[in-house]
Write a protein that binds this ligand. Structure first.
Ligand code: O7E
Length: 226
């Protein structure tokens, strides 16, 4: 990984609005879209196909944040697997009978697994950070395409990169509304920053996305990764 040090993925979460126009506006400007659970539950899994028909470029991720036995995670995933490139699951459920089965299912359909290693909110320090060494053991055994690491706590992202090496993709949420500055997670070792409200709640999402890209570029130049 690390081939695209300026990665930007836009999070679409709200079930209360249609994102068709926004996806068309941002197509080619950003590197992909992440579809949140409220959106997929509110609009139905088929909405992923509807949005994707508006932009055939980039990576499309179903953020199901799965945490169940493998059998049930596969059932849930089967509702969207044809419409997306990747699915997100939690790391704490472990490999045997859970993430191992899910990864096998996704790979049999030519799809990617992304595993949450840590999270961006303050409460992640209460449990997630303490469990991080064990979660990273599971992730190392599993070998997923990608992992989630927090933009809000760059030192955690750096430690995840150091532990897992260059081959895994790191996607990093927490930029903008949650306080992290664009580019900070990329400097810490992430490949993609996930940005939701800063872009989708803007009156001009395309300009907002271009501004994030420019801020990423400047930050990367200053940390020597640009
Ligand atoms: O704060 P925003 O509006 O930029 O949105 C952040 C998005 O990232 C939102 O979809 C949320 O579900 C997601 N996210 C976090 O905010 N924190 C995490 O720790 C993990 C995620 C996430 O997307 O995990 C998978 C990448």
């Amino acid at each position: 990984m690390g081939s695209n040090p300026m990665g930007l993925i836009v999070a679409l979460d709200s079930p209360d609005r249609g994102f068709e126009g926004l996806v068309e506006d941002l197509c080619g400007v950003v590197d992909g879209f992440k579809l949140g659970l409220p959106l997929l539950m509110g609009r139905g899994p088929g909405y992923a196909a509807e949005l994707r028909s508006r932009c055939r470029e980039g990576i499309w991720i179903a953020d199901l944040k799965l945490a169940d036995i493998g059998h049930v995670m596969k059932l849930t995933t089967s509702l969207v697997v044809d419409h997306v490139d990747a699915v997100i699951a939690h790391g704490f459920v472990g490999v045997k009978g859970a993430l191992g089965e899910l990864k096998e299912f996704l790979e049999s359909r030519g799809r990617k697994l992304i595993v949450v290693a840590s999270m961006s909110h303050p409460g992640a320090e209460e449990v997630y950070d303490k469990a991080l060494p064990l979660i990273l053991d599971a992730i190392e055994e599993l070998g997923p395409w990608g992992v989630v690491a927090p933009a809000t706590r760059p030192h955690v992202t750096t430690s995840i990169r150091e532990r897992l090496g260059p081959r895994v993709a790191i996607v990093s949420p927490g930029v903008g509304a949650q306080g992290a500055e664009p580019g900070a997670a990329l400097c810490a070792g992430a490949d993609y920053e996930i940005v939701g409200r800063l872009i989708v709640s803007s009156p001009d999402p395309r300009s907002a996305a271009l501004a994030v890209r420019e801020a990423q570029r400047r930050r990367l130049a200053s940390c020597g990764r640009g």
